[in-house]
Design a binder for this molecule. Structure first.
Ligand SMILES: [Zn+2]
Ligand SMILES: [Zn+2]
Length: 270
């Protein structure tokens, strides 16, 4: 079971024009039996935490440390409860471990209280790198480096013959072959389709080459190349309102009828 808590890229974009798809930044829940796996700590994780009550046990995989993938953590209330057990998995970047980054984001002058002051959960931090294989009950999580400024990990969860790939913040280019190989035969591909090719190339607005994001046209190529069962567009541009997202999805559905655009609260049974 996959549930989307935050689907928006770069910055939260609340308001009536984005109410259907939602304005929270990346957070995806995957349930594999008793294992609760969470991808990213975007603002969507606040509501995820609220839905589980005061405490939970979870494995949280952080793709990378840009604000939109971290910012929800201080408001993830299970962290305040001593019965919670949370393991953070994430890459080491620029000499900093996942623990360094998570602790550092809750410090003056960025935040009023430190993690040490307020978090009471039993927490562990583990490094992940491309090629690692993390076993969580009957689920296995693997990781791949994708093209993004500062680096980013895509993850794949395998569970009882099914698999889901979470590939956000993945610009197309020199890692396309590896990503297609990594996503081969997945049941669900969650993919960064932030831009159109025209937006990306500067035909509409300033060019966005090197900004670390892909396009809906590329999402079709990756999904077809990897032969995935279902394509899910993700990391929606904050300027894209609900109607514009419907239109974007319409283009993708001409090629892949099953495609969907992730919406907050949506649940997919894989
Ligand atoms: Zn992002
Ligand atoms: Zn990013």
């Amino acid at each position: 079971m996959v549930r989307f808590w935050g689907v928006r890229g770069s910055i939260p974009s609340p308001g009536p024009k984005t109410a259907r798809y939602g304005g929270n930044t990346p957070c995806v829940e995957i349930r594999c039996g008793d294992e609760l796996i969470i991808f990213d700590l975007g603002t969507g994780i606040r509501e995820l935490g609220a839905s589980y009550g005061p405490s939970l046990t979870a494995s949280i995989f952080v793709s990378h440390y840009h604000y939109d993938h971290l910012q929800g953590l201080p408001f993830f209330t299970p962290m305040f409860h001593p019965k919670s057990r949370v393991v953070f998995y994430g890459p080491s970047r620029a000499g900093r471990t996942v623990k360094d980054v998570i602790v550092a984001q809750m410090q003056q002058p960025f935040f009023p209280v430190t993690a040490e002051m307020v978090f009471r959960a039993d927490v562990d931090y583990r490094a992940v790198a491309e090629g690692d294989r993390i076993v969580l009950g009957d689920a296995v999580v693997t990781a791949l480096e994708v093209k993004h400024p500062g680096g980013n990990l895509a993850y794949r969860v395998h569970y009882r013959g099914k698999s889901v790939v979470y590939a956000t913040d993945a610009e197309h280019g020199d890692r396309d072959g590896q990503l297609i190989e990594f996503a081969k035969g997945a049941d669900l591909l969650i993919f960064d389709a932030m831009y159109s090719e025209d937006e990306y190339n500067g035909v509409a607005g300033p060019p966005k080459i090197g900004w670390g994001h892909s396009t809906w046209e590329q999402s079709i190529k990756v999904a077809n190349g990897a032969g995935v069962g279902k394509l899910c567009l993700f990391h929606h541009d904050p300027t894209r309102d609900d109607d514009a997202l419907d239109a974007l999805l319409g283009h993708v559905r001409k090629e892949r009828k099953e495609a969907m655009a992730a919406a907050e609260g949506q649940i997919i049974k894989v």
